[in-house]
Design a protein around this ligand. Sequence first.
Ligand SMILES: [Zn+2]
Length: 314
Amino acid sequence: MGAPTIGIDVGGTKIAAGVVDGHGNVVARVRIPTEATDLAAIIGGITKVGREMRAAAPAAQAVGVGAAALISHGVILGAPNLAWRDLDLRQVVEDRLGLPAVVDNDANVATLAEATYGAARGAGHVVMLTIGTGIGGGLVLDGRLYRGANGVGAELGHMVIDPGGPRCPCGNNGCLEVMASGTAIGRIARERSDGPGAAKVLELAGNDPSLIVGETVVRAALAGDAFAISVLDEVGEWLGMGMANYVNIFDPEVFVLGGGAALGARELLLAPAVAAMEPLIVERERRPPVRVAFVELGDDAGVIGAAVLARELI
Ligand SMILES: [Zn+2]
């Protein structure tokens, strides 16, 4: 396969860049902290790591950027954790680095990476959910990233699955994000922390119920605590309902799960999710079972996915 490309991954805490060869290997890399509140510093950081990678790989012909932001056709519309808005980042990167550039959000590029070289390699139809503080996601359909008419589609965390549920940061009630994220795990455990079974979770939170977070519950569940396991069962059921809806709509070959909550809890979240998902799949007796896998590329997914995205330019 072709020439190497450069991938840049801009997150709330770090900017990572790498040169990725035609087989998906990261052959050079650099990482610096993000000064998330200073736009000039963010752009300066992207320029610095990009130029370093250009110097490392003079044959590279294009650069891809994945960023934690709402992005439409290369323009940053806004971001929860970074100080930029209404910025044509694609143009900025092209001007600074002198290479054709493409920009997309971090969830999309991570999905592309997993669909090309990771847990779903070889599959043309992939749904990915990243389950952490919120729920992000991406879609690869017919071998290509799906972005929607305005480039802001695939917001898989914001499907409403319980209209009576808690308010989501997006303004809706009962999105998958508030029912099945790491934040949801912590919230449910806090709400029930005065019950008889909550002693272990409370102890791990220093006996302060307000300090119970998703990670506290996952730690207790991994140690066998029945209360914590019951919270993960409940959150897993909501997750499975969301996954079934995506399976019915997109008919993926592989469902990829990532994010801190999913990778911490693993089977403790996956088992109840799959048990809830399967009965809700339409015509499930007449179709092969959907494969559910955890992400494989770890921290490199952003850099690899951005570099894979850049290949569409050469
Ligand atoms: Zn929402």
